[in-house]
Design a protein around this ligand. Structure first.
Ligand code: IPE
Ligand code: IPE
Ligand code: MG
Length: 238
């Protein structure tokens, strides 16, 4: 019988912070703050159960269209996360990796420097690889990959005939990482909202109505259990 495996790579669309805040008569940014706590819990748990890659959608290229006060609040939370983890890094096992266009002029310079610093000081960590998608858009990622391929062809580092699915994947922000096995979205929305369009082609999807600030280790384990029951075929007949 086929061995039932824990997923190697889990991706999460952490949605529902705003609705949770509204239900609790709180400002939206309070929902985002509570959502960060959930994220810390899930990262720790994923590392403990041996998941190797966790990719979370924290801020999309479309989220710049939210009110300035909310955007500022989200950037502030990200900065706080970076500051805390830069401090804790020597005692932590997690490898931090940002995906998305962090070199965009929309990203404040000091935030970019903190992102690069946390990446640098955790790059040899042996635990979970934690990908934080910030200023991430799947279409934007594909366009940036195409531009980098075109530039490498111009510089004669590669030639056109070398382009195949493997090479293309390496130009994406997720580079040499395996594609997600499981994608979880909270809050009841059944869509991917520009998250990892290339990488999710054969992932198993799990949708829950639970709002992200209320998501727990138990809810996460339910998704993993459901994943283990799925039969993945990858186009084959068995
Ligand atoms: C997800 O929660 C966090 C981000 C998109 C930054 P939302 O803020 O989208 O929460 P809802 O969907 O409005 O409830
Ligand atoms: C997706 O959630 C982005 C993040 C979770 C960061 P949204 O709340 O922005 O997505 P839509 O607008 O409901 O599709
Ligand atoms: Mg939302």
């Amino acid at each position: 019988m086929e061995e039932i495996k824990t997923p190697i790579h889990v991706a999460i669309i952490m949605d529902g912070n705003g609705r949770w805040a509204k239900e609790n008569n709180l400002p939206r940014n309070a929902g985002h703050r509570k959502g960060t706590k959930t994220l810390e819990t899930i990262i720790k748990h994923a590392n403990q159960i041996g998941i190797q890659y966790l990719t979370v959608y924290a801020f999309s290229t479309e989220n710049w269209n939210r009110p300035q006060n909310e955007v500022d609040g989200l950037i502030k939370l990200f900065r706080k996360y970076l500051d805390e983890h830069i401090k804790k890094a020597p005692r932590e096992e997690i490898r931090f990796n940002a995906i998305g266009d962090i070199f965009s002029p929309n990203i404040p310079k000091e935030l970019r420097e903190k992102i690069l610093h946390l990446q640098e000081i955790t790059k040899d960590k042996k635990g979970l690889c934690f990908n934080m998608a910030f200023n991430y858009g799947g279409r934007d990622e594909i366009i940036r990959a195409c531009k980098n391929i075109a530039s490498d062809i111009k510089l004669k580092h590669i030639d056109c005939e070398m382009i195949n699915e493997d090479l293309f994947s390496q130009y994406l922000d997720t580079g040499h990482q395996p594609d997600p096995d499981l994608m979880i979205r909270t809050s009841g929305e059944i869509r991917t909202s520009n998250f990892l369009p290339w990488q999710l082609t054969y992932s198993e999807f799990y949708f829950t109505t639970c709002l992200w600030p209320e998501f727990t280790i138990e809810e996460f384990n339910l998704a993993i259990d459901e994943y283990k029951r799925r039969k993945r075929r990858f186009g084959k007949s068995e």
